[in-house]
Design a binder for this molecule. Structure first.
Ligand SMILES: Nc1ncnc2c1ncn2[C@@H]1O[C@H](COP(=O)(O)O)[C@@H](OP(=O)(O)O)[C@H]1O
Ligand SMILES: [Mg+2]
Length: 261
């Protein structure tokens, strides 16, 4: 499958997906070490960093630059790019080489590799790879959303609409009490938790119906998941129903609401 959009040269999705899988393989070389051998350091914002974050970043940065030399890259583990340099970018890749570092360190498998293509202020393509299960999710404008399992089977994803019993999905490590108040406005009968952008994948798969996030995230935490959820038929907005924007002056996101229609 190829991704074609406006004036952009076509992108071979098999090659793009292979980059996410290769990054996932690098992550697993660290994940499979014993905890004594896994070095965890703190970043400036006190969030944890492992060697796996850097290995994954290196693979993605090198391979994406070769695949689409004309598209710049913003990565959680890359250099900070000043707003003045990026504000007029028409397209850019927004990458989280290892989303869910806390889940990675806790060894519960709920971490992902996120790669998204932003056009102007909106994700138009997203890839999420789950290294531990080998599951790959991708979704794009004009192509819909898809899941590939390690046996090579590819299925189209559809958010579940018209359900009267909603399952809410929230963060495993960063839940906040304000979330309960918003969720009470919807027909939520069950609540589950998941790490990283897996929450968006659960909505795209029809296994959850709403993900409200009150606390902070970064653009690379949400971009790929937003594409996969939206192109499976869900919506993603600010809590007030406004467009959820990317390439902001600060890459720090405010709250958001991702839900079925
Ligand atoms: N105080 C904070 N500021 C910014 N982002 C935060 C944050 N606390 C958590 N996050 C974001 O939430 C992500 C994890 O989400 P979740 O709890 O849903 O799994 C983290 O991704 P990383 O693990 O890639 O750093 C991090 O970017
Ligand atoms: Mg992240």
């Amino acid at each position: 499958m190829t991704f074609a959009f406006k004036d952009l040269p076509e992108i071979d999705l098999t090659k793009l997906n292979a980059i996410a899988k290769q990054a996932g393989a690098e992550i697993l070389t660290v994940y499979n070490l014993s905890s004594e051998n896994m070095k965890v350091t703190q970043k400036e914002d006190q969030s944890p960093l492992t060697v796996a974050d850097s290995l994954s970043h290196d693979v993605i940065f090198k391979s994406l630059s070769a695949l689409t030399p004309h598209i710049p890259i913003i990565s959680e583990e890359g250099k900070d790019i000043p707003y003045g340099t990026r504000k007029n970018w028409e397209y850019f890749w927004c990458v989280d080489p290892l989303d869910g570092t806390k889940e990675f360190i806790k060894h519960n498998g709920e971490f992902t590799v996120n790669i998204a293509l932003i056009y102007k202020n909106t994700p138009v393509l997203g890839i999420i790879y789950v290294p531990v299960t080998g599951e790959l999710y991708y979704g794009g404008i004009n192509i819909g959303s898809w899941k590939e399992t390690p046996d090579g089977v590819i299925k189209q994803l559809h958010a579940e609409v018209n359900s009267v019993n909603w399952t809410a999905v929230g963060s495993r490590s960063h839940a906040s009490p304000e979330e309960t108040a918003i969720l009470s406005q919807y027909p939520v009968t069950e609540t589950i938790t998941a790490g990283s952008s897996l929450k968006f994948c659960l909505i795209a798969e029809g296994k959850a119906h709403i993900y409200y996030r009150h606390g902070p995230t970064m653009e690379w935490d949400t971009a790929a998941g937003q594409a996969i959820a939206v192109f499976s038929g869900a919506t993603m907005t600010t809590p007030d129903g406004e467009s959820f924007m990317y390439n902001k002056v600060s890459l720090l996101n405010g709250g958001f609401l991702c839900k079925v229609k």
